[in-house]
Design a binder for this molecule. Structure first.
Ligand SMILES: *Cc1c(COP(=O)(O)O)cnc(C)c1O
Length: 348
């Protein structure tokens, strides 16, 4: 049986074809060390976002950037603030810096920015905002972020983690919402770091490349903690090519918008309650321990993510796939549900 992987929010259409071609070409030069300052990619991104190249740091995936930021800005006695039900790397990065993490309650499984502003204190140095949020798929819109930033004191760096920016922007255009003004904040020199990754819409999760944009002085401080030659030649070549692969991104986000609606409707018809999504996955209440349902789904050939570690024992996160993958998932879910909450063991 062919396994359908809907557990890690990867691109169901594979890598950007342009990136694959660039990797093939760059393969002939992997005897050479990479450009440690990633000047080509930084220059292109600076142009794209209307900022200076000194404001950009390329990293071996944004997971590694989150750890760098925590090491640069946190220490014992200091703290970071984020929301409950959010990205698993925020606690890990904060722990590594031996700082405290304050997690505020959610509202309808989304960030409550008022609660985050209220939790910030003299010892706070970082705020992590996943927008859209992983694992719940919720978004905080631009006016809400603006109000929030006005309340946050200058000694706090706000990380706007926009890993799912392409998906959120497409949903926002269709739904008449305003997704983000993060690049404006950067051009105004505010104490904000915006994170973007090539792992999701560009389909490059396996090659590890992402970036942060922030005030030049702060980016320089964080860059000094980076491991030399952190981003490989293949990763930089792939990222450069993927940036101009508008066709692959369009195909990916268009499918995602259509299939999000299809999946939500089918989940509801099966009696589940999906959280409205702004990303490339859907979170829903399984009505039973999520790990048990995920195991039965796996026995039917579909991998999803059970969110127990997030303090959400009944929540399942499923990546939005191709139409065929989503149909297979819904069919497997129907069978897994009828396998009966663990009463009958799932058939192999
Ligand atoms: C997937 C994801 C990332 C990206 O991680 P990489 O290390 O760049 O692959 C960052 N933040 C959030 C919230 C994510 O879900």
């Amino acid at each position: 049986m062919h396994t359908i992987r809907l557990a890690s929010n990867e691109n169901p259409f594979g890598p950007s074809p342009r990136a694959m071609e660039a990797i093939r070409v760059a393969a002939a030069e992997v005897n050479l060390y990479p450009d440690n300052s990633n000047s080509k990619l930084r220059r292109l991104l600076a142009e794209l976002h209307g900022v200076a190249a000194e404001q950009i740091l390329i990293s071996n995936g944004t997971t590694s950037l989150l750890h760098l930021m925590a090491r640069a800005l946190l220490a014992p006695g200091l703290n970071a603030v984020t929301s409950r039900e959010s990205f698993i790397v925020y606690p890990a990065a904060t722990r590594e810096a031996r700082a405290d993490l304050i997690e505020t309650p959610t509202v309808e499984h989304g960030y409550a920015l008022e609660a985050i502003a209220a939790a910030v204190n003299r010892s706070t140095r970082l705020v992590f905002i996943a927008n859209p949020n992983n694992p719940t798929g919720t978004m905080v819109d631009a006016p809400a972020v603006e109000r929030f930033l006005q309340r946050v004191p200058e000694h706090v760096t706000v990380v706007l983690d926009e890993a799912y920016a392409e998906f959120a922007a497409a949903f926002a255009a269709r739904r008449g919402a305003e997704y983000t003004r993060s690049l404006e904040y950067l051009r105004q020199g505010r104490n904000v770091i915006v994170q973007r990754t090539f792992s999701k819409a560009h389909g490059l999760a396996g090659i590890r490349v992402g970036y942060g944009i922030g005030p030049a002085e702060l980016i320089g401080r964080i860059a000094r903690l980076r491991v030399t030659f952190d981003v490989s030649r293949l990763a930089e070549a792939a990222a450069l090519a993927a940036l101009s692969d508008h066709e692959h991104i369009r195909k990916t986000v268009d499918n995602n918008c259509e299939q999000a609606a299809w999946l939500a409707r089918n989940l509801q018809e099966l009696g589940f309650r999906p959280v409205p999504t702004w990303a490339n996955f859907i979170c829903f209440d399984a009505g039973e321990p999520a790990a048990a349902l995920a195991r039965r789904l796996a026995s039917h050939g579909v991998l999803v993510h059970a969110m127990n570690e997030w303090g959400m024992p009944n929540a399942v996160r499923v990546t939005i796939g191709t139409p065929e993958q989503n149909q297979a998932f819904i069919a497997a879910l129907e069978r897994a549900r009828n396998d009966g909450g663990g009463t009958f063991p799932a058939l192999q």
